[in-house]
Design a protein around this ligand. Sequence first.
Ligand SMILES: Nc1nc2c(ncn2[C@@H]2O[C@H](COP(=O)(O)OP(=O)(O)OP(=O)(O)O)[C@@H](O)[C@H]2O)c(=O)[nH]1
Ligand SMILES: [Mg+2]
Length: 224
Amino acid sequence: MEKPKTTVRILEKISKANDVIAEENRSEFLARGFAVINLLGSPGCGKTTLIAATAARLRGRPIAVVEGDVAGSVDAEFLAGQGLPAIQINTGGGCHLDAGMIREAMRALAPADGSVVFIENVGNLICTAGYDLGEQIRVLALSTPEGDDKPHKYPGIFVGAEVLLITKSDVASYVGFDAQALRRRALSLNPGLVIFEVSAVKGDGMDAWCDWLAARVGEKKSCE
Ligand SMILES: Nc1nc2c(ncn2[C@@H]2O[C@H](COP(=O)(O)OP(=O)(O)OP(=O)(O)O)[C@@H](O)[C@H]2O)c(=O)[nH]1
Ligand SMILES: [Mg+2]
């Protein structure tokens, strides 16, 4: 019976240690004028496509990307090919990024002062929600093929997000996705949630999202 209590204490310690580093990261990011966005969502929900499409619309500030995946570097390579400074973290099986990984990656990436930095977290709707990375903005991407019932099943990630991007809006009608039901369910968990419906591929909704983001990170004008 003692073992589960010990496990809980160890997890609490890990969580507290992460929070300390996350606060150090946040101070450092503020001092450097970074706007850091932690992008969460399921595998394949469109995170990398969204970062590329958003970066293409942001004007006036340098942009850099920290990519998190269990293995491989295809996303970082893709973004570098789009002209974005990008660095890949491999968690080697871990289901989330943590603040220590971000500290190391940011030192290696060395974004220019004042950069907007996107962190693409590991595709996961559970573990990623529990780790503060020191970001200023937490964005959850949920794609229409995943279904409008997800707030019922993964409430924690909806509660912790500032923004919900309903991605792949262009295929919503093909997969029976009810955007109003999703909005209702998400807002019942987090009434302050800012919600956009976007298609990074077709461009629908991207101006509204980018205008909001530009204002949030203190840019005068972003989208065109
Ligand atoms: N129809 C449609 N497809 C999209 C959209 N955005 C992304 N996709 C497609 O969805 C697939 C996954 O997109 P990614 O951007 O790689 O998704 P991801 O969340 O970064 O994936 P992981 O990094 O593997 O978790 C690709 O085939 C994209 O072309 C969209 O707005 N509409
Ligand atoms: Mg990706």
